[in-house]
Design a protein around this ligand. Sequence first.
Ligand SMILES: [Zn+2]
Ligand SMILES: [Zn+2]
Length: 295
Amino acid sequence: DFVVVNFYHFVFIQDPQAEVAKHRSFLELEGLDINGRVYLNEQGINAQYSGPSKDAMAYVNWLRKDNRFSNILVQISPSEKGHTFPILKLRYKSSLVQFEGGMSHLSFLDPSMRAMPITASDPLSNVDEEKANILMYCTGGICCDVYSTILRQQGFQNLYTLKGGVSHYLKNEVPAEWVGNLFVFDSRLSLPPSIYYTGATTQAESNPVSGDDNFAKCYVCSLKVSELRHRNCANLDCNLLFLCCRQCVEDLRGCCCLTCTTAPRRRPVLNGMQRYKKWHYYRDMDFQGKLKIST
Ligand SMILES: [Zn+2]
Ligand SMILES: [Zn+2]
């Protein structure tokens, strides 16, 4: 029984390199089968990894013995097909979250932190910084923690974030009004909400969109898609992740646009639940030969 574990925690780490070494030696000593991303720096830790339930939890329990990490909020979801990450990347990273311009200059360790206002981003440029209530949500909570710090620096005062993100919300509230799946950042791509509150192992992709909302549109033709199945563009050099209706998948042979259908390095169209293999699998393929056959 494999699970995927997600957690992050902003806390001052005096010597992050030593912390990385400590984690590595624990994992090796215990022989834990863990794949994924575990990033540490002076500001804290951000981890997404997969592994057998026993191993995955052993790591969490070990970490929680440390006072700095004793109250981390951990998100766990099942993974039917084993590991969702190919390898373990456990290392120091200057930015725990990938944001434009990085985040190393932001002070997460002081929640009341307010600095010189920076240029307001477009959607909020006409919003009253003192009066507006802003509710933010994201998959696991970390993006909102980061972005609310940015907004606080800009002078916004009434900021609310969804604790633990959508995945924590789905686990703790019955998501009666939730439509569709939750996008996750590993090889499972998206999960139905039932995975979080019942631990059920329903296949995400076969979960039809419920409700009347026309929110999930085909990237190509803008028509409503009946199944939330993300796919990567068949053009290896594009690889765009997009939602596509069945007709457009057929018409564009798995590509995201007409231009991509004539690109030199096109992969075969995938059906059903399949995912493309790692890019290097296709690197040495005889793309030109395939092109001749298909035209
Ligand atoms: Zn379409
Ligand atoms: Zn494309």
